[in-house]
Design a protein around this ligand. Structure first.
Ligand code: TZP
Ligand code: MG
Length: 293
């Protein structure tokens, strides 16, 4: 499940207090039918035995639809329910400890509330990160909004999948996407809706519409100068303050040499080096051919 191909667009998280009288599985099935392509069990109230029942039921549902299933807070529950992974907050167990418990194949997601936490989660090996709360939300009381600026910073810097979360509704989804988000997550807007399927379908359409127009806007993405970002260069974890592929290549003294450069598995033509941004978590291969002929 984990691996280079892991990605998603619309992340639906459970929130049973938002749908009293309606069944958890029915609500989450509607979200999936509408286009949610990853599901998380988030339940701060139930005792462990109830949690395991819910996790097992959601596992069965998500397996039927071929959608990844993530458990919030509890790696041991993720294992017991055969979930695809776990989602950790800043106060939860460190990523390395969760990785030891879960093994290499499980997905580990991490909530981050500012760009420093986002960089650190990438460095520690998170498979995706949550970026938020974008807006204040009753689903996470007491957590101040990180705002759209954090979304812009993540868009500029973070190369692993990251998802905007917190107070996102159909009324503000477009400005979150305008700020650079390519994935959205919602609790209340989806599960609190009388029609979770229709809402999910609309969220999904908004995201897809941006994706379609995206490649044209990609060139010239400005990256903030400053702190080093973690990258993987020729198989080695390292850091760089270079902000473009060209800067990185220049710093290795290779700009005038015969070099093939690959970013995240795609060869980048020399003409595009200067406008290819470097993002935290990017995998870069530089192959330098020595000698002539
Ligand atoms: N993490 C950051 S904000 C948030 C979580 C779990 C709550 C999102 O819920 P909602 O109802 O979509 O604002
Ligand atoms: Mg937590």
């Amino acid at each position: 499940m984990r691996g280079a191909g892991f990605d998603f667009r619309l992340y639906a998280i459970t929130g049973e207090p938002y749908h009293p009288g309606r069944d958890l599985i029915g609500v989450m099935e509607a979200a999936i039918r509408g286009g949610a392509d990853i599901v998380q069990l988030r339940d701060k109230e139930s005792p462990p035995s109830r949690l395991l029942d819910k996790a097992r039921a959601l596992r069965e549902l998500t397996r039927r639809y071929g959608v990844p299933f993530i458990v919030n807070d509890h790696p041991e529950l993720a294992l017991a329910a055969e979930a695809d992974g776990v989602h950790l907050g800043q106060e939860d167990m460190p990523i390395a400890a969760a990785r030891r418990m879960l093994g290499e194949d499980k997905i580990i997601g991490v909530s981050t509330h500012n760009i420093a936490q986002a960089r650190e989660a990438v460095r520690q090996g998170a498979d995706y990160i949550g970026v938020g709360p974008v807006y204040p939300t009753p689903t996470k009381p007491g957590r101040p909004a990180a705002g759209l600026e954090f979304v812009r910073q993540a868009a500029a810097e973070i190369a692993i999948p990251w998802v905007a979360i917190g107070g996102i509704t159909l009324d503000n989804a477009d400005e979150v996407l305008d700020a650079g988000a390519r994935r959205l997550c919602a609790v209340s807007a989806i599960v609190g809706s009388p029609d979770p399927e229709a809402i999910s379908r609309e969220f999904r359409q908004r995201i897809e519409a941006r994706e379609a127009g995206r490649s044209a806007r990609l060139s010239g993405a400005e990256l903030p100068a400053g702190s080093p970002i973690p990258i993987r260069l020729n198989g080695r974890e390292t850091e760089t303050t270079a902000r473009t592929l060209m800067e990185l290549i220049e710093r290795h003294g290779l700009a005038d040499r015969r070099v093939v450069a690959e970013v995240d598995g795609e060869i980048v033509a020399r003409a595009a080096w200067s406008r290819t941004p470097l993002k935290a978590g990017a995998t870069i291969e530089l192959v330098h051919f020595k000698g002539g002929g």
